[in-house]
Design a protein around this ligand. Structure first.
Ligand code: PEP
Ligand code: MG
Length: 755
């Protein structure tokens, strides 16, 4: 057996000749397997290509029965070939038949071969097929041989991707490259969007795979590595880390990886096999991506992502900048595909052409999710390997409602989604018609509907929904999407603009709710065991009064001459509220002392979202000017079930007896103290939940803009008195059902209330 260096060089030269020969695709494949078998001194070399139906079809062979070509197929996961495809890892066996996954195919005649070496044909981490060599004798394949075969597989991957093999596929057995993929992720922003893929950071296209002069390629690789390191050093030393939207420690880790000897050695080794520098980077990147896809440990996956990023940087240096779509000339019906994306990057795109966003990362509380929701763009996160699986221009459907993505959908799937989108549009149209209708129940109970907002772009929804005001303005969003801590003047400018757009409708500003999952990129990050229960929101405000006072100052100045409403998040005791109130009053006094115009009136309210406050209800209702229930946090803390953890977040229904009693206590105590109360958590924007809340006695809600239509449609058909009677009866019965939801749904159906 030849050594990999010399052997691969010869092999690659031979492969290049075959690739350049003016022959049919089948002939080319047939010649390739002969060359590979000869070079690796193997009796057999076979290529299996992944088909659209996930099975692997024998496309060419040297050594097995030629009649089996295009006849033998392996189901996904079947046999050694199937195993390699599903694991995306090479497999070398000196006694293949004793492997538990071995499956015997009489038509191939492979029973006489003992040793087996197979490698996945990978492109961008996605498996496109399997390349196999076999030997009659029992033998151990060396690392160099595995390496050689992997390099060859990469060339084959490009051949498959270039479409050369498409012509060989039989009708109904198209190869996997263009196969439709249905991928399940998580909802970032609701809505359904159909369009064509635009890659946020397009893949660098590599055309030159095989090196003319391997020595020169090594130099090119070294030069690119040096350039990349320098760029990262500069990025960090420039000091404005926040400018890139990444945390400093992330960048430091990044720098560490740029010096990772193992990774660099891998690339050098691959260049030495005869590939160009860029092809070598991509080879190693493809392996990294394949590992990333199968890695379940989030920490390790993150590290693999770092390597992937570095590889992209190297590729850009080696091949030159990729010519991606510029922000301004986004094509119509664009679906943006990215590994991850900062909120500011999304705001840069022309939203009129954006139909959806697909991310490899991004949880529901990520900043990008917040911005996507604000812009009303359907978005789905956690789609594994999206940037490798989706090519620019591919048809993509983003189902933000279900948290799913359809890549290159079949016509029937596409039609089904078009219907779904049409249905949604029709419903939206009906909701729009309700815009001018009053929010009054069938039995004449007036309900106040407001919207939640957090960015200036949200404010357009006020006009669109005709809501009576903004019941929750999350001020932390400005801080979260900014590159640096907003100054008092910048804060005031936003509040001024918000009040201007509101044009007299009330806006309830919530003071900073940071900490926990809401991390500011430019603020030192605390390592806390339980961040949701940690140093956050009003706790930070009370411990760092300058921060809170600066914000209150900005709010009071912006509110000059108008009726201002401010509320405090995560208050756990009445005492905390009183301390914060003292601070607010001091700012108000200072404003008056300085002779600056003050708000015409100021109401200071409190979020009820920490269960301890439920045991000080009479006192808090007496002290605060209003209450606003943050059901998201209240239910998370009441049931000790993390709202971001899918395993437990839906485990307890707030429409169970415990949740409903807690909510009834609040509305009753607020009523006794004549203290206005609003529900501003997600619960208030879901029709069945809102029905229950109205039955409990709530009359004021603040919800995402998209919920206003469905909730109004529900309440206008509702007999609130009747709902109250029923709910009272159910709540006093001794039946300990986990949830009253089924009864409420049945009641809605009986009353013909749309929920
Ligand atoms: C809540 O907790 O219900 C709430 C409205 O606040 P946030 O979702 O911002 O925590
Ligand atoms: Mg909250």
């Amino acid at each position: 057996m030849r050594g990999a260096l010399g052997g691969s060089g010869v092999l690659l030269r031979r492969l290049r000749e075959v690739m350049a020969a003016p022959v049919s695709p089948q002939e080319r494949l047939d010649r390739l397997v002969v060359v590979i078998a000869g070079n690796l001194v193997a009796e057999v070399c076979s290529v299996y290509v992944l088909r659209e139906d996930s099975s692997l079809e024998l496309y060419a062979t040297e050594g097995l029965n030629r009649e089996a070509v295009h006849l033998t197929t392996m189901r996904a996961g079947e046999g050694l070939v199937g195993l390699i495809a599903s694991e995306a890892e090479p497999l070398a066996l000196s006694d293949a038949q004793s492997h538990p996954a071995f499956s015997y195919r009489p038509e191939t005649g492979e029973e006489i071969y003992r040793s087996f070496l197979g490698v996945p044909i990978l492109r961008g981490g996605a498996v496109m097929g399997v390349l196999v060599v076999q030997n009659r004798a029992s033998r151990v394949y060396s690392e160099d041989e595995v390496e050689s075969l992997q390099t060859t597989a990469m060339i084959m991957a490009e051949m498959i991707a270039a479409g050369g093999l498409k012509a060989l596929s039989k009708p109904g057995a198209t190869i996997g490259l263009d196969r439709p993929i249905h991928s399940i992720g998580t909802t970032l922003a609701d809505g359904v969007g159909l369009g064509h893929a635009v890659l946020h950071e397009p893949r660098v296209a590599i055309t030159n795979l095989i090196a003319e002069d391997p020595g020169r390629e090594v130099q090119r690789l070294e030069a690119a590595i040096a350039t990349m390191r320098l760029a990262i050093d500069e990025l960090i030393e420039r000091g404005d880390v926040a400018h890139t939207g990444e945390h400093r420690d992330v960048l430091e880790t990044f720098r560490m990886f740029a010096h990772d000897q193992g990774w660099l050695r891998r690339m050098r080794e691959v260049v030495m096999t005869g590939l160009t520098a860029e092809a070598a980077v991509e080879r190693v990147q493809s392996d990294t991506r394949a590992k990333m896809l199968r890695q379940t440990d989030p920490y390790l996956r993150e590290r693999l992502h770092d390597l992937d990023d570095l590889a992209n940087r190297l590729l850009r240096t080696l091949v030159g900048k990729s010519n991606g779509v510029t922000r301004e000339d986004l094509p119509e019906n664009a679906i943006l595909i990215a590994r991850s994306m900062g909120p500011a990057a999304l705001l840069d795109y022309d939203r009129r052409h954006l139909r959806g966003v697909v991310l490899e990362e991004g949880g529901p509380t990520s900043h990008i999710a917040i911005v996507a929701r604000a812009l009303n763009i359907p978005a789905v996160g956690e789609i594994a390997n999206a940037t490798a699986l989706i090519q620019a221009g591919d048809a993509v459907i983003v189902d933000g409602q279900a948290g799913e993505v359809q890549i290159r959908p079949q016509p029937d799937v596409e039609n089904a989604y078009k219907d779904k989108a049409r249905l949604r549009a029709r419903k939206q149209e009906q909701y729009r018609k309700l815009k001018t209708q009053a929010a009054v129940t069938k039995d004449g109970v007036e309900i106040q509907l407001q919207i939640n907002a957090g960015l200036l772009v949200d404010m357009a929804n006020l006009e669109e929904t005709n809501a009576s005001g903004v019941g929750l303005f999350r001020t932390e969003l400005q801080f979260m999407v900014a590159q640096h801590m907003p100054t008092t003047a910048e804060q005031q400018a936003l509040y001024d603009a918000v009040l201007k757009v509101a044009n007299g409708r009330p806006v309830t500003f919530r003071t900073l709710d940071i900490g926990g999952d809401k991390v500011l990129p430019y603020m030192e990050r605390l390592e806390e065991e339980n961040p949701a229960l940690g140093w956050r929101a009003i706790r930070i405000g009370l411990d760092r009064p300058r921060l809170l006072r600066a914000q209150v100052r900005a709010l009071l100045r912006a509110g000059a001459g108008s009726d201002m409403k401010i509320m405090l998040p995560m208050v756990a005791t009445v005492n905390e509220f009183l301390r914060a109130r003292t601070l607010v009053r001091r700012e108000l006094d200072m404003l008056e002392r300085d002779g600056r115009p003050a708000p015409a009136s100021l109401k200071l309210g409190v979020m009820v979202e920490v269960p301890s406050l439920l045991f000080e209800l009479p006192e808090i209702a007496r002290e605060a000017d209003f209450l606003s229930i943050g059901t998201n946090d209240l239910m998370q803390f009441l049931f000790a079930a993390d709202r971001e953890n899918k395993r437990v977040s839906d485990r307890f229904d707030p429409l169970g007896i415990a949740g409903l009693r807690a909510l009834r206590n609040i509305v009753e105590e607020a009523g006794k103290a004549n203290c206005p109360v609003t529900v501003c958590g997600e619960m208030g924007g879901k029709p069945i939940e809102t029905l229950a809340l109205i039955a409990l006695g709530y009359r004021s809600f603040s919800m995402s803009a998209a919920s206003v239509g469905p909730v109004k449609a529900m309440l206008r058909a509702l007999d609130a008195g009747k709902a109250r009677q029923r709910l009272d009866a159910w709540m006093s019965s001794s039946d300990s059902a986990a949830s009253l939801r089924p009864l409420l749904a049945a009641l809605a159906a009986e009353m013909k209330v749309p929920v």
